[in-house]
Design a protein around this ligand. Structure first.
Ligand code: FPP
Length: 267
């Protein structure tokens, strides 16, 4: 993070949650972001595509710092998908170098800000040097209490679901689990991070109207907010635009608002 913060987040977990577990200030607890538009940002400036990725790191710093400042519990960033390996070799190599650089050089800032770093995805397929730096930063920051920054790396939603299905099937094959016992809670226990609450808000930059294999299980009831702005131009004021839109959404999770319920069942 670029700006060092020495004070506590403005919103502690206890302050933020009402009795129902919903944030009392209307902020999402878990924000997930599809950081798109890096290549177009660079191309518009006559730069190689990879310069957009490099510039995108500044947005990561700004958004992580702001999430931490306002007390967001968890920020999940789609940094590299299982399908991104299809990109030109030079671009993939650049992204891996950038990731390694980020893990080494942001370590101090993450620690100063009390940010815990975690990752989801098929991490064993990442270059060994990246895995080492990732493990170091995750281990070092494991006790941090402010925002959790989760990087989705070599991540695919279908791959995550398949991986969970295989684990569940293996437990059934060994006679440790009955198929009927596989309910939502049990299934979640086989996801990459079973402890993570589902995202409340999914932001996508770059204007595309799709979810691109991101957190397919977890975004069932996430509010979607899409901006035309490219990721390298996305800053905290734009995050607050998304928060404002989120505050205006009526989340019903398939139910009805209290005002529409028959009076006998309304509580
Ligand atoms: C999509 O933009 C973005 C990516 C595939 C990579 C995102 C990576 C970063 C923001 C920086 C590296 C991350 C870390 C954690 C150091 P795109 O290239 O698809 O853009 P386009 O749609 O304009 O082509």
């Amino acid at each position: 993070m670029s700006s060092r913060l020495t004070r506590k987040p403005d919103r502690t977990k206890a302050q933020a949650e009402s009795k129902t577990g919903a944030p009392s200030d209307g902020l999402p607890q878990h924000v997930a972001i599809i950081m798109d538009g890096n290549g177009r940002w660079a191309q518009q400036r006559g730069l190689p595509r990879v310069m957009g990725h490099r510039e995108g790191v500044k947005s990561i710093r700004d958004i992580t710092t702001e999430c931490r400042r306002v007390g967001i519990d968890r920020l999940t960033l789609y940094a590299f998908s299982t399908d991104n390996w299809k990109r030109p070799r030079g671009e993939v190599a650049f992204l891996m170098r950038l990731l390694k650089h980020f893990l080494i050089h942001e370590r101090g800032e993450l620690m100063d800000n009390g940010v815990r770093l975690t990752a989801i995805g098929e991490l064993e397929a990442l270059p060994k040097t990246v895995q080492r730096e990732l493990e170091k930063t995750c281990a070092l920051s494991a006790g941090n209490q402010a925002t959790t920054l989760c990087l989705a790396l070599n991540y695919g939603g279908r791959a995550e679901i398949l991986n969970a299905v295989r684990q569940a099937a293996e437990r059934v094959r060994r006679g440790e689990l009955e198929p009927a016992d596989i309910d939502e809670a049990r299934f979640r226990s086989f996801l990459y991070d079973p402890t993570a609450a589902d995202p409340d808000l999914l932001i996508r930059t770059g204007g595309e109207m799709r979810v691109s294999d991101f957190l397919l299980w977890q975004i069932s009831y996430a509010e979607l907010w899409i901006t035309e702005r490219f990721w390298p131009d996305f800053r905290k004021e734009h995050l607050h635009e998304a928060f404002e839109a989120f505050r205006c959404r009526k989340r019903r999770f398939g139910g009805l608002p209290d005002s529409s319920r028959p009076s006998s069942t309304a509580s």
